[in-house]
Design a binder for this molecule. Structure first.
Ligand SMILES: NC(=O)c1ccc[n+]([C@@H]2O[C@H](COP(=O)([O-])OP(=O)(O)OC[C@H]3O[C@@H](n4cnc5c(N)ncnc54)[C@H](O)[C@@H]3O)[C@@H](O)[C@H]2O)c1
Length: 437
């Protein structure tokens, strides 16, 4: 396992300037982590290039974006998107006999999912077909991209890809039991993870969340060598998650959302960065705090660790940014409810003895238990109910503050990265926000 390596001091300025190139390797969504880095690249005057994962037609085939979709995505990104579909994973790729993993999942019923068995040979063939499809398209993307990158500029690649849950109907009720279930509607994550369905998810997560980073590093080698031979820099960043230190009872304490089933894939992502680093490639995974995004929305409770950011802001010096964020949060809470009450409740939850196992770094990722899941889900719901409007919540305000600060930290660190894996805990994120004023 990667040695725990938190970023403890604020990075110096970056040297990226106008004309340098920023490549976003993943799509950009309104509240996603990538916005932070894209903002920094824009501010530095960098040329922004993006990719698309493509879209699936109703018959299941993968296609590039239509002109209208492309124009809309380019406007959001503020840069050119290379329109060759780079969906990773293999859930819809066919085996030699024409069966995809999603086809295999079709007949599974809600009362028999835990004993379902698969044709693993066909799944392996699909996996290989998915990699073949992805890398064939990636080679074309990289050729177009290389032509867009002039000599004599620095290049920063930002990998954001994560996911891989097979798109089969059966997964939703099953995952709801694992992540949101209580009492007799609860299935422990370990039970799920040990089933054939769990094993399939694990392989899918590895492909999307981790192996795409390796493909990116490999398939951009021609560009990297050209840029580096002209004396300029090429760096790669990726977003990881491997727990996060937050203030609990006034002490910065490493903790994790449980059950984080992408955790094994995220450790693989760290290994990929470390292996690339050994070969002289400046690839760095930044393990980031829990925030609310399109991707984390399924995981009710992940956002509880975000509330103590307000306490961290105070600990790290407060000032105008703390006042601004606290005042914005206060306005979102019910009449008569205070930020202090919210913080006290989050602290009570995070300090609960039931959560002590999730403070053990060495045994991460942890599986959930019925008691811990109930405590988390009930605490999360009670804190969400403190907001006036369920569509406009404190977590959104805090998430934005975090992804902006994380973007600034990653951007500057990537100029002189120093290590293949860093943790961006609440302490450094809060210091960055406070320093921003
Ligand atoms: N949200 C959190 O709490 C959190 C915490 C730490 C790290 N991260 C990481 O940050 C990164 C961005 O996630 P986010 O939470 O901002 O959500 P997001 O939904 O904005 O981003 C998810 C990204 O994954 C890409 N993606 C999804 N499925 C894909 C597929 N099959 N093939 C290729 N690309 C695919 C999307 O295009 C998008 O760029 C991810 O790596 C995520 O694991 C998130």
């Amino acid at each position: 396992m990667t040695n725990y390596n938190p970023l403890r001091s604020l990075p110096g300025p970056s040297g990226y300037t106008k004309g340098d190139v920023f490549v976003l390797f993943g799509e950009l969504f309104g509240r996603g982590y990538a916005n932070g880095l894209v903002d920094e690249a824009r501010k530095a005057g960098m040329t922004i290039i993006g990719i698309t994962v493509g879209r699936r037609d109703t018959d299941g085939s993968l296609r590039a974006l239509t002109d209208a979709e492309l124009a809309a995505s380019e406007e959001i990104l503020g840069g050119k998107i290379i329109n060759i579909p780079l969906e990773a994973g293999f859930d819809m790729d066919r085996s030699v006999s024409g069966i995809s993993p999603v086809d295999q999942l079709k007949g599974i019923k809600t009362d028999g999912w835990d004993s379902a068995e698969f044709d693993w040979e066909a799944i392996e063939q699909s996996r290989k077909a998915g990699i073949e499809r992805f890398t064939t398209n990636l080679a074309k993307v990289m050729e177009e991209m290389d032509a867009l990158i002039p000599d004599g500029v620095n290049v920063l690649f930002s990998h954001t890809m994560a996911g891989g849950i097979p798109r089969a109907r059966i997964l939703m009720p099953v995952l709801n039991r694992v992540f949101k279930g209580q009492g007799d509607r609860f299935t422990p994550s370990e039970v799920f993870w040990e089933t054939a369905l769990g094993k399939l998810c694990s392989i899918c997560f590895d492909e999307v969340t981790a192996n795409t980073f390796q493909h990116l590093v490999e398939f951009s080698s021609k560009t990297r060598e050209r840029v580096e031979s002209s004396g300029k820099k090429v760096a790669y960043t990726a977003y990881g998650y491997h727990g996060c230190e937050v203030l609990i009872n006034g002490v910065y304490t490493w903790q994790s959302y449980t059950p984080y089933l992408q955790g094994w894939a995220k450790m693989r992502l760290e290994d990929i960065a470390s292996a690339a680093w050994e070969k002289g490639v400046r690839a760095t995974v930044f393990n980031c705090p829990e925030i609310q995004t399109n991707s984390s929305a399924l995981f009710l409770g992940v956002e509880i660790s975000l509330y103590p950011l307000l306490a961290a802001l105070e600990r790290e010096g407060g000032g105008p940014s703390l006042e601004r964020i606290t005042s914005a949060c206060s306005q979102l809470l019910n009449e008569g409810t205070t930020v202090q009450e919210l913080l006290a409740q989050a602290d009570r939850y995070l300090a609960d003895p039931l959560l002590i196992p999730s403070h053990d770094y060495a045994t991460w990722p942890h599986h959930n238990t019925s008691e811990q899941a109930s405590l988390m889900l009930n605490s999360a719901t009670s804190m969400l109910e403190m907001n006036k409007d369920p569509k406009n919540i404190v977590c959104a305000e805090l998430s934005r503050a975090v992804f902006q600060a994380v973007g600034r930290l990653m951007f500057r660190t990537s100029w002189q990265p120093g290590a293949p894996v860093f943790w961006l805990n609440h302490e450094i994120v809060a210091r960055e926000i406070v320093a921003g004023g």
